[in-house]
Design a protein. Structure first.
Length: 120
């Protein structure tokens, strides 16, 4: 990924704004690929401690829902309470990951000392 003179990110011949990038095989406007970003530690991220606590609580609720959705020693993954609890755990994890990625990613613009060093 490169930065043009206007400060926009350029990749695969497509120009996007600073919040998004072009992913190969996708069109313009595809959200930033989060797994390419280095994640900051939870302690270094403002508000992440509360989100991590929320994820822990959601996991407890998921365990309770899984227990109730188990019959004859077999988990029923189509149980509505279990599915809802699973979705809520995933949503909480996504929020935590986005917060950590927001702090972990550092973007520089052309014309700044850091940006010129990144271009070299």
């Amino acid at each position: 990924m490169a930065v043009d003179a206007e400060g926009g990110f350029v990749e695969s011949g497509g120009k996007t704004d600073n919040l998004r990038e072009v992913v190969s095989g996708h069109g313009v406007g595809v959200p930033l690929v989060a797994h390419d970003v280095e994640l900051a530690k939870v302690e270094d991220t403002p508000g992440a401690a509360a989100l991590a606590k929320h994820v822990t609580q959601r996991r407890k609720w998921l365990a309770q829902a899984a227990e109730k959705a188990t019959a004859d020693g077999k988990l029923d993954p189509t149980n509505s309470k279990y599915r809802t609890a699973r979705k809520r755990v995933k949503r909480a994890q996504r929020r935590l990951r986005r917060a950590r990625a927001r702090v972990g990613q550092v973007r520089v613009k052309v014309g700044t000392p850091a940006g010129d060093a990144a271009q070299a």
